[in-house]
Design a protein around this ligand. Sequence first.
Ligand code: ZN
Length: 117
Amino acid sequence: MRRTARSSEARRSASAVKPQAAPPRKLPQRTCVACRTTRAKRDLVRVVRSPLGELSVDLRGKAPGRGAYLDPDRACLERGLAGGILAKALETSIDDLTADRLRGELAAGAKTRTGGR
Ligand SMILES: [Zn+2]
């Protein structure tokens, strides 16, 4: 069995007619801190704690500071806030005012994203 399998395999690779279904594996992946789903980084939003300790939704993903990734989804933000998961990931505490600001920024960001497509 092995011998025949090997010979046909060799022939197949020699002709090299692979379908072009090779997935581009170069997209960086990140995990949503709230629901632990792994997605392409560009499909998540980054919440960043700046060196000054201010939290914001970093839509470009390039702000300096400690970041945590979330789905661009209110449910995941709430989950991250409620369980203190986000605060923990960012090694800070999040007061109500900041939480509200993050909600607003996430909603605005989500709108921009879908509108841009
Ligand atoms: Zn999520």
